[in-house]
Ligand binder design. Structure first.
Ligand code: ZN
Length: 369
């Protein structure tokens, strides 16, 4: 790169304050409502509050998938999808001293929860706890070198006996989340746990708002805004909803790895704040991908491209093969430190992605195919 080129400043991406604030508000509400895989029904009130105003109909399926529909009479249908479940833990046993033994729900690195505060979600409400640690002074050499294992960890809720733990409301089968509140680091960058995939849920809800405000332009297009369950244990809600709704097109929003220290730059390229990441690869339908890229160019929506030769990790994988096949695409939110208590996303990516989804749908509605 010549001196001149390197001096050329990159144009700073900005989004309207109103849209940034909405993204932050929606994300905070979603993050503050724990929905470990298996307890997604806990989000009903929040989903009704956030999505309800922007759809004609909103229903909750038997397994607590949330389906908001705009223009229900439309003949052609598109589904905007993000999963509402998040990884967590489940209580497996309470020992005589009142410690809680637990197992992971979803893909955890056991180093992550070691030494964290947690919330145990009992029927009587959330109670505070910590995942205890071994002081370094007392660690054996092998312990220092080996990562902790889940079977050796326990949650301490301050109880002095099994009876006291039960009196406090704890039962085998209660879910647990990290106590990792939502916070703004800067105007655009926020930190929390469960941005996978609540940043996607906030994105499709914001897209619903945009489409609701321009619903006369939808013509014969029916829009389903779907928050799916149980993605983290095998895309199970996506299988249910792809089969049930059988849309013509499904646009999925999930998180993707963002560049951060220690990650190989040749493998991880998506950057925070540079816009949605459009996946290209076998399970992403070429027509849909092309339209996404075209709309992004025409509307000057900053975006990034990612080549994905497989595509197993998101709801796209399940919806693509529903019935005779659904035309699918994926536009992701870059996420640093995925599956930890300190995930970081950039609110601009949520706003820009919601704009991309809405413009895609309106373009499809206008063109007639
Ligand atoms: Zn995940």
């Amino acid at each position: 790169m010549s001196g001149k080129e390197s001096e050329k400043k990159e144009e700073k991406i900005e989004v309207p304050e109103e849209e940034r604030a909405l993204a932050s508000r929606m994300l905070e509400r979603l993050i503050s409502t724990p929905t470990v895989t298996g307890m997604e029904q806990a989000a009903e009130e929040v989903v009704r509050g956030l999505l309800g105003p922007y759809v004609d109909e909103l229903r909750v399926t038997g397994w607590a998938n949330y389906v908001g529909t705009i223009n229900p009479e439309g003949k052609r249908s598109v589904m905007l999808v993000a999963h509402i479940d998040q990884i967590g833990f489940i209580i497996r046993a309470i020992d005589d001293k009142g410690y809680l033994k637990f197992s992971p729900v979803g893909g955890w690195d056991p180093k992550v929860p070691y030494g964290w505060r947690v919330k145990v979600l009992t029927k009587k409400g959330a109670i505070k706890g910590v995942i205890g640690t071994i002081p370094p002074h007392l660690m054996k050499k092998e312990q220092r070198e080996k990562p902790p294992e889940f079977e050796n960890l326990a949650i301490d809720i301050g109880a002095e006996s099994k009876e006291q733990a039960e009196e406090m409301g704890v039962r085998i089968g209660d879910y647990v989340v990290l106590d990792a509140p939502y916070d703004e680091l800067t105007r655009y960058r926020v930190v929390g746990s469960g941005f996978d995939d609540k940043s996607g849920v906030a994105t499709i809800f914001m897209a619903a708002k945009r489409l609701w405000e321009r619903r006369e332009e939808l013509r014969d297009v029916r829009v389903h805004v779907v928050a799916t369950v149980q993605e983290e244990i095998g895309l199970r809600g996506a299988y249910m909803m792809g089969y049930e709704l059988r849309p013509d097109v499904a646009l999925v929003v999930d998180v993707t790895f963002a560049t951060s220290p220690g990650l190989p730059p040749e493998k991880v390229r998506a950057e925070l704040g540079k816009g949605p990441v459009i996946s290209i690869g076998p399970i992403y339908h070429p027509e849909v991908v092309e339209r996404l890229l075209k709309v992004a160019e025409e509307r000057e929506i900053p975006h990034q491209r990612e080549a994905d030769p497989r595509g197993m990790g998101t709801d796209t994988w399940a919806i693509q093969i529903a019935r005779g096949g659904v035309k699918t695409a994926l536009s992701s939110i870059p996420n640093r430190y995925m599956h930890s208590g300190v995930e970081v996303v950039d609110l601009r990516d949520l706003v820009l992605n919601s704009r991309l989804l809405a413009e895609y749908v309106l373009d499809w509605a206008k063109k007639g195919s």
